[in-house]
Design a protein around this ligand. Structure first.
Ligand SMILES: [Ca+2]
Length: 175
């Protein structure tokens, strides 16, 4: 027979229960199995945050184009989950949800400016407990890389004005 013999609430709002049980005691996400006829238990019951989300999506692209990122997280208690994003620019925090625990969600985003951005996302359950941040570095360099490439060629032509006649013809194509 399972019996609770004492209960106390701690300052962090978790609850501690003590008692005795036989066989298996079911505490929601956790089970205890008795080692004999009857065992005592001390259980601390509190809300746990969702898992740190996984984030999947393009890590390079072009400023001004829209990209889609998928995030997935699971809450140990099965609580609904809110995802909050920081896209590394000055748009601030963007939150979506709540969604069912264990389901993946997508969000579309467009960076207006070229640059390297660290996308951050965390999962918060409906009781306000948040996971750690997951991060993904995204580079929006395409035009910038081309500029650098042309500048490097120009520098080579300046240093060696007569050495690369074929490249000088290519340079003509760029201008
Ligand atoms: Ca939870």
């Amino acid at each position: 027979m399972d019996v609770g013999r004492g209960i106390v609430t701690l300052s962090d709002d978790s609850t501690v229960v003590t008692g005795s049980f036989e066989g298996i005691a079911d505490f929601g996400p956790y089970n205890l199995t008795s080692q004999g006829d009857s065992d005592v238990f001390v259980a601390k019951l509190g809300n746990q945050p969702p898992s740190t989300p996984t984030i999947d999506g393009p890590t390079e692209g072009t400023a001004g184009e829209q990209y889609t990122y998928e995030v997935c997280s699971t809450d140990p208690e099965g609580d609904d989950i809110i995802y909050c994003f920081d896209f590394g620019d000055d748009s601030g925090e963007i939150c979506i949800g709540p969604f069912t625990s264990g389901t993946c969600q997508t969000i579309d985003y467009t960076w207006a400016e070229e640059g390297t951005y660290v996308v951050k996302v965390k999962a918060t359950d409906v009781y306000g407990d948040a996971s750690d941040w997951a991060t993904l570095e995204v580079v929006m360099p395409v035009t910038q890389q081309l500029d650098t490439h042309i500048t490097l060629l120009q520098r080579i032509f300046e240093l060696f004005p007569n050495a690369f006649p074929i490249l000088r013809q290519l340079r003509g194509l760029y201008h």
